[in-house]
Design a protein around this ligand. Sequence first.
Ligand SMILES: [Zn+2]
Length: 181
Amino acid sequence: METITAQVQDCPGNYVAARPSTLRCAKCDRPLDVRDARHTPTGYVCPYYVKSRVATFYNAGLHHYLATALIAVIAGALAGFLLRLVGNIGFFAIILTVFVAPLAGSLIAEAIQRALRIMGKARGQHIWLVAAIGTALGAAAFIVPPIILLLLIGSPAALFALIPALGLVLTISTLVARLRI
Ligand SMILES: [Zn+2]
């Protein structure tokens, strides 16, 4: 009664076991070296099968990455502006930053996810990284210059200028947590 479990597909890449083996890939039926075997719910498979699966799972193209970068830079600039505004209010700046910064990260993640959904349910392995870098660059324009300026003139206010920078770290870590699946 084992007729149905025949070879389902051919894995790309022509995997060849380095040593003789009785184990076989559940998908392409090629002899499979125990050291290369990957365990899946449907049995042991060759590394090429896993690679091809990853390639189909992550379907984002260049335009998805560009859209992500664009949204991240613009939203990052807004977040940077907001964090600096919050950082200027004095005593409650730190408390407010702790609330506002992760919220900004969630909103940016939401905006990017929505855009990718509209563009055809795109998933990308490095979307989170592009989003994080874009947000950091956009926000840095508002957050970094005051710190450098205040440090240069030796003002103790440089310490307070660091609050938005800490907020940005919170924003980006929330963003990454939301986008990294
Ligand atoms: Zn295989």
